[in-house]
Design a protein around this ligand. Structure first.
Ligand code: ZN
Length: 475
């Protein structure tokens, strides 16, 4: 077995991956705060972790993946200041916090399904794990690392950090972190760096629970520590998140977790870089307008082309969103699908592939295991198909099928659907073009293509539920 290598933010180096209990791997990803639709930058993060999970599975590991859902306690500032994000939206939309969270979680899960992100073993919601959070806070207090005040229970950051000790992940001193963040100093905090584990005395906050310290609600950071420990144990193999989580959220998760357990919280911290806008600006919620998956679909681009687009950059490189980039990804998707549709039945049922495919298998695995080099893995898969065409030898279906366990394009379904429908390739191409035209609301072109299909003897029926049936008109 070839070793898998991944960049660990803890050591700032690419390390050989060794899980605690092979073949099992525990993987925790910081999940969404469900108060808005998740934009393409957020979706990129989950695609990165889907590639990671699938690459580990390709290497024979069994991955236990947990994603949390923050439905309480995430304030409009990453420190404790501002308003609860969920409650802010609830007030604006005249809904309950639960309705807001349910609505945006469903939207997010639908988007993930459209881009073929495998669902995690557990989606854990903060509001359903309050007991685990209270228990963990009690352990932190018992360890002498947190203190109770009238406004909340705070983690004693200076006591944990000691004299100017730099953060384990960010490698920043507290003063450097302070300069980067505008900290609001509650009079009860011993230091502005201290963060709330449990917030008290906020009578206007809609979501409140009883605790040993009074009615209140948890801070954002404690959610991840408590839920990851509940499902994955006190030491996790891999913890993922965006690079913006490094200086505060993940530093705080480490500090509070290790204060309670006295052993390492995470073995490998893996962080993804951002998707940037067309002008190089980070697509973020605070930047105002941010593209959604529905904007991509409105361009006539398949959601899976967005998946390929993201595969085209390494997870820790910034990726600039562009129309050209999305269109290039769409043509790569079409190229794979065209191959899957046109492959001869004999090549599909063949149990052994052409000998030339061996080299591609090696190169594909090398790319994945070299710090999850997805652009290279994608290139190898495209080259394999090109080589099959060049040689006129289509016996690569087992190899391509294995690659697709990581690519996640559903090529087996494409092949099966094409075989079952018996629609000729050139007709299917017209159908695809019409679907794309309809998605981009180019109804004039869609009508032309309908006429073309009808002239070739195909009946086109658009159903009210948005689906379309194409069938050969029988004489
Ligand atoms: Zn988290």
């Amino acid at each position: 077995m070839k070793p898998f290598f991944i960049y660990n933010t803890l050591s700032r180096s690419v390390e050989k991956f060794l899980p605690q209990h092979p073949p099992e791997v525990s993987l925790y990803s910081c999940g969404p705060t469900v108060y808005l639709p998740q934009h393409l930058g957020n979706l990129r993060a989950y695609l990165c972790w889907d590639f990671l999970r699938r690459a580990l599975e390709y290497n024979g590991y069994t991955v236990r993946h947990v994603i949390n859902v923050t439905d309480v306690g995430h304030m409009t500032s990453d420190q404790d200041a501002g308003e609860d994000k969920i409650e802010k939206t609830a007030r604006e939309q005249h809904k309950s916090p639960l309705e807001v969270a349910d609505f945006y979680l469903k939207l997010f899960q639908d988007d993930l399904a459209a881009i073929h992100v495998e669902p995690p073993l557990v989606w854990c919601r903060a509001t359903e794990h309050i007991d685990a959070m209270i228990e963990l806070i009690e352990r932190i207090i018992a360890a002498g690392m947190a203190y109770v005040t009238p406004s909340g229970v705070y983690f004693d950051v200076e006591k944990y950090r000691g004299e100017n000790r730099a953060g384990r992940l960010s490698r920043q001193s507290l003063d450097e972190q302070n300069a980067a963040q505008r900290l609001e100093h509650s009079a009860d905090k011993k230091s502005p760096h201290d963060f709330a584990l449990w917030v008290l005395a906020q009578p206007h906050h809609l979501m409140q629970w009883d605790s040993p310290w009074g009615r209140g609600y948890p801070g954002w950071h404690i959610e991840c520590s408590a839920m990851s420990m509940k499902y994955l144990g006190e030491t996790i193999d891999i913890h993922t998140g965006g690079m913006d989580h490094i200086p505060i959220h993940h530093e705080n998760e480490i500090a509070q977790s290790e204060s309670a357990t006295h052993h390492p919280f995470v073995r490998y911290f893996v962080h993804n870089a951002f998707l940037t806008g067309k002008e190089g600006a980070k697509i973020s919620k605070s930047a105002g307008k941010f593209p959604l998956l529905s904007d991509v679909i409105a361009m006539g681009i398949d959601p899976l082309a967005f998946r390929i687009f993201c595969m085209g950059a390494k997870y820790r490189s910034e990726l600039a969103l562009s129309d050209d980039g999305l269109r290039a990804a769409q043509s790569n998707l079409d190229y794979f699908r065209e191959f899957a549709r046109s492959i001869p039945a004999g090549a599909v049922s063949n149990s052994s592939d052409a000998e030339f495919s061996c080299e591609y298998r090696e190169r594909f695995l090398d790319a994945l295991n070299n710090d999850l080099n997805t652009p290279q893995a994608l290139a190898v898969a495209l080259e394999l198909v090109a080589e099959a065409y060049r040689r006129g030898d289509y016996n690569i279906w087992n190899t391509l099928g294995a690659f697709d366990r990581v690519l996640g394009l559903g090529l087996a379904e494409t092949q099966t659907a094409a075989a079952n429908s018996a629609i000729p390739v050139e007709i299917q191409a017209l159908i695809d073009a019409r679907t794309a035209a309809r998605k981009s609301r180019d109804f004039k072109r869609a009508d032309q293509l309908r006429a073309d299909l009808e002239a070739r003897g195909y009946e086109v029926k658009d159903n009210r539920d948005g689906t379309t049936v194409y069938q050969l008109r029988h004489a």
